[in-house]
Design a protein around this ligand. Sequence first.
Ligand code: GUN
Length: 283
Amino acid sequence: MTATIISGKQVSEEIRGSIAGEVRALAAKGVVPGLAVVLVGEDPASQVYVRNKEKACHDLGFYSEVHRLPAETSQADLLALVDRLNRKGDIDGILVQLPLPGHIDEKAVINAIAVDKDVDGFHPVNVGNLVIGDDSLLPCTPAGVIELIKRAGISLSGKHAVVIGRSNIVGKPVSLLLQRENATVTMCHSRTERMAEIARQADVLVVAIGRANFIDASYVKPGAVVIDVGMNRLENGKLAGDVDFESVKEVSGPITPVPGGVGPMTITMLMQNTLIAAKRHHG
Ligand code: GUN
């Protein structure tokens, strides 16, 4: 049996269509959502991400500012820029691309971003709001995972979801969002014993461990939904997920590919967060 493929590209285009509609409605009232992206240094992957964000802003009619700073920028100068962006009326969302150079304290920078402009959802107040279930700006990749599952017509209520990976950016927040959807959630990580046995109990398996092709068919119950958050660059330059797609798709139910699965959803959810922030600022 070959599984249904969940296309993040297609779902992402659907959502972008409705965002573009909302942007037109706001433009009629003189409001343009604005996103500022800050890139420090010249990490090649970060440069690609930042260009994609800039393009998404352009395509959807957002105002965008990209601040490219040299790798030797001091923490004080970066904090001063964040402070300026916090006060700017035409900026609704601020994203500081991670990782930052080693001499800069990432926590200090994230904490300096205004909570209502934190479109990454990384500020401790937004993380706290996520934990207690209050309305907040949700981290983009986890929000994209949930949106993708829902729009594929998959119900999470009462299902057993197993999350592999416990990072602050994906594993932890996605487990909270799955609970919010009434799933029963089990977390696995690098120290978990008998991981394949646990993973095989999942109705929905979400994988975010950052190890190329790590999850093979022995981790998957026949018919289970498999969501691959991995983005690993192989030596041959190709992109690989954390899931061995070719072997897993023979046993799984609906599954996301890499590329074209969760990836496109992340920037779309960033645009959605910026739109939400703009509506709050100008509503
Ligand atoms: N670097 C890799 N992923 C992300 C992300 O989601 N947000 C930011 N700010 N930096 C990243």
